[in-house]
Each structure stands twice: as structure tokens, then as C-alpha cells.
Design a protein around this ligand. Structure first.
Ligand SMILES: [Zn+2]
Length: 237
């Protein structure tokens, strides 16, 4: 006797527009087993486990349509927040210790208020009047690699698309990594400083909270930035 399969429970299909790349992603909210995986990852306190779990949940919930090798980290972080809102709701509650007296202050905020400013991304940096570098935005895989990589120059190398001058574009694939790294290391301080214009313009998920301490009334503000800061809101209501 074959028994009937359990009934299929359909999930709503939603669409998010990723603010940095403009990509539209169809997704469904996460289910209990994914919520459990997120909680376990959170408890592991291991950054690699956290990122791998987020990737796997985002992948399943977006029906495998996200290309993790090209979607910027900020977009993934934004998408994760949208998923959390769709699955658990926008409200989060946590506490922040007062910077003056250390008293724990209860904070309630809406994840709907978390923004990404992608208006000033500077992927093209001129390091002299005639020579420039074009960069691509970092992905979570770059972040994973950066964790294990002590030299930030390797990360920088990974992010370069090409170097150019007045009449030539020097594509990365035509040179060895060593040739490019040597070239970066031959820059002087002032020229290397220009690269910071790109680094500083990389968009991140941010939210600034202002509050008065319930104990000493001291006014203060705190800025939450980056995926790791928002991940802790992931699965718990
Ligand atoms: Zn205080």
C-alpha cells in the first residue's frame, strides 16, 4: 500500500531589488530548518561557518539564482535583511551597554530603517594624471579569503579589473599575479593613498542608533555596520 505524500505547503514568492547591482531576486521566506541552521551558525561564533550558512540559506531561498562570485557583499547583506523581514518580521530587540556607565540599554529598531548608500561608489581611481585602476566591488568570497589572508595586497589584487593609461588597457588575465603585485608595490605613498578612495567608497549596510542611557541619561549614538553586525538578528524574533 503506498500512502499519499504529505500536502505541499506553498510559500509566497517575493522580489527584492539589490541596491548596489540593481539585480532583481525572486525569493521565498526561510523555513524552520533554515532558521535553525542560522541559529546554530550564530552559536558557533566562527566567521567562516556564519558566512557559509548565510550563503547556503540565501542560495536555497533565492532558488539558486544568486551568483555569489559577482554579487557585492553589501547586496547580499541587504538581501539577507529582506529575507529576515519576510520570514520573521522587521522588529529587532537587543541591548547596548552605555559608553559612560556600562548599563545595558534596551534597544528596539526596525530593520526597514537599515540602508545602504551606494551613490558614491568609486570603482575607477586615477593614481596619476594618466594612469588609473579599475576595481570591482568585493563579494563574500573575497571576504572569506581576506579572513585567512594576512596580506591585504592580495585582496586588493583580487579586486582589480584592469590598469590603464592614456592609450592602453592592461587586463589582469594578460599578466601574472606577481607582475601586478610588483606594480602595486612600486607605487609611492601618495599614489597608494588614492586607492583608499575606492576602499572607502565600498558600500556597506549601516544604521546609526541614538539613545539616552536609561540609567545616567547620557546621550550617545552607535553605528552598526557590515553583515556581521546584522547577522545576529537573522533568525531570532
Ligand atoms: Zn549610562
Amino acid at each position: 500500500m503506498s500512502k499519499k505524500a504529505l500536502p505541499i505547503v506553498s510559500a509566497p514568492t517575493m522580489v527584492a531589488t539589490l541596491p548596489v547591482s540593481g539585480i532583481k531576486v525572486k525569493y521565498r521566506p526561510f523555513v524552520i530548518k533554515e532558521q535553525k541552521a542560522l541559529l546554530l551558525a550564530q552559536e558557533s561564533n566562527d566567521p567562516d561557518t556564519v558566512v557559509q550558512t548565510i550563503k547556503s540559506v540565501l542560495d536555497t531561498c533565492s532558488h539558486g539564482t544568486l551568483d555569489f562570485t559577482s554579487v557585492p557583499t553589501a547586496d547580499l547583506a541587504y538581501f539577507f535583511i529582506q529575507l529576515r523581514i519576510a520570514s520573521v518580521g522587521p522588529e529587532v530587540k537587543f541591548s547596548i551597554p552605555c559608553e559612560k556607565c556600562g548599563h545595558d540599554n534596551p534597544i528596539a529598531m526596525s530593520l526597514e530603517d537599515v540602508k545602504i548608500d551606494a551613490s558614491n561608489v568609486k570603482r575607477d581611481v586615477r593614481i596619476t594624471d594618466t594612469v588609473g585602476i579599475k576595481f570591482r566591488l568585493p563579494t563574500v568570497d573575497d571576504a572569506l579569503e581576506a579572513d585567512t589572508e594576512t596580506e591585504s595586497i592580495k585582496l586588493l589584487y583580487n579586486l582589480i579589473e584592469c590598469i590603464y593609461d592614456e592609450d592602453t588597457v592592461y587586463k589582469k588575465e594578460d599578466y601574472t599575479e606577481e607582475e601586478f603585485v610588483d606594480w602595486i608595490e612600486s607605487l609611492n605613498d601618495q599614489q597608494a593613498e588614492k586607492i583608499k578612495e575606492f576602499v572607502d567608497s565600498v558600500p556597506e549596510l549601516t544604521h546609526t542608533l541614538s539613545f539616552n542611557c536609561v540609567e545616567c541619561n547620557h546621550h550617545q549614538s552607535r553605528t552598526l555596520e557590515g553583515l556581521h553586525n546584522f547577522f545576529r538578528f537573522g533568525a531570532s524574533a
